[in-house]
Design a protein around this ligand. Sequence first.
Ligand SMILES: [Mg+2]
Length: 492
Amino acid sequence: MSWMKALASAYQTACERYPDEKLMLVSDIDGTIVDMQFLVKSVLQAYDQAHSTSLFTRLALSDIAVHENHVERLLEHLEIPTADRRKVMDWYLDQRWRDSVILESHRAFPGVLPVIRWFQLQPNTTVGLLTGRPESLRAVTLKSLNNIGDVHNVVFDDDVLIMNPGQWDQDVERVKVNGLRRFREMGFHVFAVIDNEPHILETLSEEAANEDTLLIHADTVFESNRSSMPSTAVSGRDYVLTELVAREDALPEQVQLVWHGVNDPANLQEFIASGVLWAEIDVRADPSGELILRHDSLVTTPALPGEEWLIYEEAMVELVRAGVGIKLDIKGGTEVLDRVLQSVRSLKLPDERLWFNGELRRIGEEDFRRIREAHPSAIVQCPIGWLNPLLVAAPEEARRILELLAEWGVSRFSVDWKHANARAMHRQLAGWGYEVNYYGIIDLEGFLEAVVLLPSSVTSDFNFPQWNYYGRGSGQNADGVAAERVQRKASE
Ligand SMILES: [Mg+2]
């Protein structure tokens, strides 16, 4: 069983066995949450900068296979001239635990913060930290962890951080055993402990066995011998929500889920069978003027042989009958919008089931105002990826533009999940009180990572075979899904 599945099952068991207790996942920090190889690389490259050398210019993370306490082995391996090694080591040892280095050079392993966030979202559940770092680093440890946790909505609290009351490397085993006991004295049932050092897990194994605690080994870079690992420990490397969160787990109810690109008959059937509440359809006019559902224009992306799309009027009848919410992505301009507004009026759809989306280059001020006037409580949305540079460079100017759009009637801003700055954009907009939708989510991992951030909504392809959802995407660029669709049709 994968370590994430083992963790999920330990948590499930704890929820059933200890329903009235506060549950806790205990995690080590260095080599478990924080990637120490990144730290080693940063400090060595800072040496070059401070000494006008270029010993580490080409050093890659993958070159650093040693534990952070054994950098001299790395220098040897890299064939750094012997004369330099001593100087480099002195620098490294002097620098690595400085406040400024901790604040700038600590990076989390991919996926670990979304996993922590997931547990922090669960009722009655806390993530405690248990580290061999000395107490003298308490303030900077919390500050740096909260900095890297920020865009993940992860918060680390002072009162559940247990550190070494002694010096570096002093009695770490005792710190860990006592720490676990202290969490218990604080009233927590610890259902799992994650650490990257096999011998620490060994030290904890008796305590863990007595207290129904799963031992989990983060198989990153570690100092102690793997053979000291207790046989009950589960080991793994990739922090993935897809293995932690099962379909039947409750997703946060406040996040509206939208099935992306319900533009063809097969995707419509998959959507209706899914129980997902919102369908997004791309509305445009074909060359004859008929309203159809297709992501791309037939002019720029001609129809593939055998390609199917839905006729707007027919699809609307089915969606109305299914009782779902309809997110209308207006791919045409004012004329398409007007016909859509007319049609939803004649279908007598309540605002609660209506959502309009349009790019600013297609739908302008007057259009948005008309939508808002006709549907005071509908969701009205526009994508705002174009605003990102301004959000970074001149946030107050960006905010003024958002205020202007809100004044036109836009109530939600849509952020592309694939954008490198997506989480930060969301954080900033939500901080100003705006609703955010994530789109561009193609797989289950991205979906779960987005959902745990609690945006107002998540629009996704729902191509999640792990959960028996087979969404097909919008058919954008006639690639991937569309091509597969044609192949499938040809073979039928
Ligand atoms: Mg560690």
